[in-house]
Design a binder for this molecule. Structure first.
Ligand code: EPU
Length: 433
């Protein structure tokens, strides 16, 4: 296992180009199951989650290819298997989005339940209700979701996809994909409005699907006989972009994040402005301006955030925001409305000297004048990113163990940060933590 060693106290300066979005590419790759023609994603990020998705698709009988330039292609031949086992699926909850396209294409799907994850139960009941509304029979058996379409295929329907927490991103992706090949019209109420869902919908349209209302909570899908292949560049990763922007804000350097969609990050740039972080924004770039975050007159101001579905503050940036707030002037209140238990970074940030108290789904952060480096353990992807950010400003060295989590969602983070002046290296973890 590897660890990252970060030496704090170096101001970042420079530009970083954002990769294709992890949470867009995973369902787009699953959409390849809807056709026997190749689906090509030229800008797929080099992430372990993408490799896992390719293994899952490979297990189903797809031909998959990854070129040196990053481009990925998938072809799902006619004799697909409908069985995806625990071995691959358990590694990544995102693989649950093969259920909808598999069911639509082969008429059946047996997919291992992904299981819980470190930040909570993460049920898929809404996905399953959506399939049932399209006429499928769904049961849970021996840890698998077993779904069967009627003999003459799925039927379009009017259905509601809301959950106790609002909408569901992968649930919308799953049901939208299933509906593309259903007979007749489906109206999905309570659809997720996240840009990644819209991107998937646009990819499906490029494959021949008929979809309206993308980006709104009412998505209408007119089923078609068949879909064709496509070449699809996914949207830039707004969470990766936001993470690097916060790195600029924390180190006080001029960090230009290029190749992003600033309209997908409006809520973050607003909150950064509220925190008095100097910032410039263009249509496809964002740039923090140089300042001294440790100067009492310039310290970022404590600023509250509450996570919500898009266009609200993303849960996937909550941990990184908390890292920024540990050095802010004053007390900030962070409330997690999507995953009330997504706070594994909290005790680890505390090891670096952060003062944080948790009350149920709320964290109260008292900004401190300094953090000090320490060994910490990464427990999930975004928590790991928060620890790297904190390490960039902590005195001395921060050793981040179990760093494989970060490779799930950030393409070689140390090689993106180093050219901007970060002192960060990857080492074999002799402690084996
Ligand atoms: N929920 C239900 N029932 C369901 C589905 C969801 O109650 O059937 C609840 C969840 O427990 C949660 C809320 O609804 O409280 C939202 O969950 P959602 O289904 O939207 O999450 P997801 O689709 O499983 C995706 C991203 C996550 C991101 C969330 C929220 C992918 C591969 N994953 O998950 O990304 O946090 O949306 O925006 O797209 C990450 O990248 O680090 C990550 C965890």
């Amino acid at each position: 296992m590897d660890k990252l060693v970060v030496e704090g106290g170096h101001r970042l300066e420079g530009a970083v180009r954002v990769c294709g979005a992890k949470n867009a590419v995973l369902p787009v790759l699953a959409a390849a199951l809807l056709t026997d023609q190749p689906l090509v994603v030229p800008n797929a990020p080099r992430l372990s989650d993408v490799r896992t998705m390719l293994s899952v698709l490979g297990e189903l009988g797809c031909e998959t290819q990854r070129d040196d330039d990053g481009s990925v292609s998938v072809r799902a031949p006619a004799d697909l298997s409908s069985h995806a086992g625990w071995e691959h699926v358990r590694r990544m909850r995102g693989s649950v989005c093969i259920l909808g396209p598999l069911l639509a294409r082969t008429g059946e799907a047996q997919v291992s339940l992904p299981g819980g994850c470190v930040f909570g139960v993460r049920p898929i009941d809404a996905h399953l209700r959506g399939f049932e509304a399209l006429g499928a029979k769904v049961r849970i058996e021996h840890g698998y979701v077993v779904a069967e379409a009627p003999k003459d295929g799925l039927r379009g329907a009017e259905l509601f996809l809301g959950t106790a927490f609002g909408s569901t991103v992968l649930g919308t992706a799953n049901v939208m994909m299933a509906a593309t090949l259903a007979k007749g019209r489906s109206v999905i109420h309570g659809a997720a409005c996240e840009p990644e869902v819209e991107d998937l919908g646009r990819c499906l349209i490029a494959m021949g699907a008929k979809i309206e209302g993308l980006g709104s909570p009412r998505v209408v899908v007119e089923g078609v006989e068949s879909l064709s292949g496509a070449t699809w560049n996914v949207i830039p990763d707004r969470i990766e972009a936001g993470t690097y922007l916060i790195a600029g804000a924390m180190t006080g350097g001029r960090v230009r994040v290029e190749g992003c969609r600033s309209d997908h990050l409006s809520v973050l740039t607003e909150r950064l402005r509220d925190a008095h972080v100097p910032l410039e924004v263009g249509p496809d770039w964002l740039e923090t301006q140089a300042y001294d975050p440790r100067d009492p007159a310039q310290r970022p101001r404590a600023t509250d955030v509450t996570t919500h579905a898009y266009p609200g503050f993303p849960t996937d940036l909550q941990a990184q925001w908390m890292a920024l707030m540990t050095m802010a002037d004053g007390i900030s209140v962070i409330t997690e409305r999507i995953y009330p238990d997504r706070y594994m970074h909290l005790p680890e940030l505390a090891r670096l000297g952060a003062e944080i108290r948790r009350q149920e789904s709320t964290a109260i952060v008292r900004g401190s004048e300094r953090l000090s480096g320490a060994p910490v353990t990464a427990s999930d992807l975004r928590a790991s990113a928060a620890l790297v950010l904190a390490g960039l400003v902590a005195d001395g060295e921060t050793h981040i163990h179990r760093v494989y989590h970060i490779d799930r969602g950030y393409e070689l983070i140390e090689e993106r940060l180093r050219p901007m002046g970060a002192v960060i290296r990857r080492e074999k973890d002799e402690d084996g933590v």
